[in-house]
Design a protein around this ligand. Structure first.
Ligand code: PEP
Ligand code: MG
Length: 331
């Protein structure tokens, strides 16, 4: 039974009615990327660059960075690879960027914020990403973690332009970013929801604390509402720019790259909320793909509406799971 539904992913994510949804991989380096390519991932939705440098006491040099990024890009010629700039701090400390004496590291100088305390590292990383992109055939997009305001998005976009990187984006993993997505997307080309941190910050529950696991659940309706707000922001931004007659009216892409995307039932909800790609650990792709293929966009939208309106994470999860018989076949 498992073998019939969980066949090898054929490389095209879609719903039962043919609605396309890109299924991408989260990777930490070249080895992961090669495994993801072998699993037919349609590209990389999250390259966690800090994983290339864990254990480094000092900033990696230009050539070392170029080699690390190129190793990932070369696994996906012609496909999209979304590089996240260094997300140092809190659960991912890097000695050359983070202050280990901060009282509240999750609320501290982490991710994009390190550019103001340690200027230069981000600009040099962007230069290395640009060089690696030039030497490969991947379609390279780049995004900053822990963006909280439109001004930060604008500054990041300007740095990407200076480096010659054409497609800047932001992660949406802070509630303020979800609630101002329209203004963020006026300044960058795409957004990617990091549901791990978005859940941590929406619920004010440290993601590393076991006793808070029930709060740290991306099925929490408050988290789903923030996903919905982000997609609505993208739609509003597209309408506004179309009204100004500057561009066509297709919303800019909003994807998900947190662990939520690897839960097949939650993937259906995210599709129904209107995200355009899901990025996950490569081994989760076959099950997510199999379940997505059993629902139409209209059905996914209805389930998403019910999940957002639920009074608890458990209620949301139960009602969606009950509507997806394909889950039982996955075992
Ligand atoms: C997230 O926060 O959801 C995310 C994808 O980033 P990380 O887990 O690396 O913080
Ligand atoms: Mg994160």
């Amino acid at each position: 039974e498992q073998a019939t539904l969980l066949s090898v992913f054929d490389g095209s994510g879609q719903l039962a009615d043919g609605t396309a949804l890109a299924l991408l991989a989260n990777v930490g380096g070249a080895k992961d990327a090669q495994a993801a390519a072998a699993a037919n991932a349609q590209g990389v939705g999250l390259l966690r660059t800090e994983f290339c440098f864990l254990g480094h006491d000092t900033e990696p040099g230009h050539d070392e960075q170029v080699a690390a990024y190129k190793g990932v890009f070369d696994a996906f010629p012609g496909a999209k690879v979304v590089v996240r700039t260094l997300d140092a701090g809190a659960d991912k400390p890097l000695p050359f960027l983070t202050d280990s004496t901060e009282p509240n590291p999750a609320l501290g100088v982490r991710g994009y914020r390190t550019d103001s305390t340690t200027p230069g590292v981000l600009a040099r990383q962007l230069a290395a990403i640009a060089d690696a992109a030039k030497q490969s055939a991947a379609v390279v997009w780049v995004m900053a973690p822990m963006i909280s305001t439109p001004a930060e998005a604008a500054d990041f976009a300007a740095m990407c332009a200076t480096a010659g990187l054409q497609t800047p984006g932001v992660m949406v993993e802070v509630p303020s970013a979800a609630l101002t997505a329209r203004h963020l997307l006026d300044r960058v080309e795409f957004a990617s929801l990091g549901t791990n941190d978005l859940t941590q910050y929406a619920m004010a529950a440290d993601r590393q604390l076991g006793p808070l696991a029930a709060l740290n659940d991306p099925w929490q309706p408050a988290v789903l509402a923030l996903v919905q707000a982000t997609v609505n922001g993208a739609i509003a931004q597209a309408k506004h720019s179309a009204a100004l007659a500057t561009e066509d009216s297709a919303p800019k892409p909003v994807g998900v790259c947190g662990e939520a995307a690897a839960d097949p039932a939650l993937a259906v909800v995210l599709a129904g909320l209107g995200v355009s790609s899901l990025s996950m650990t490569a081994r989760a792709i076959p099950a997510v793909s199999a379940v997505l293929r059993t629902v139409t966009l209209a059905q996914a939208r209805q389930l998403a509406e019910q999940a957002v309106a639920a009074a608890s994470a458990a209620e949301a999860r139960e009602l969606v799971r009950a509507a997806l018989p394909a889950l039982a076949e996955l075992g």
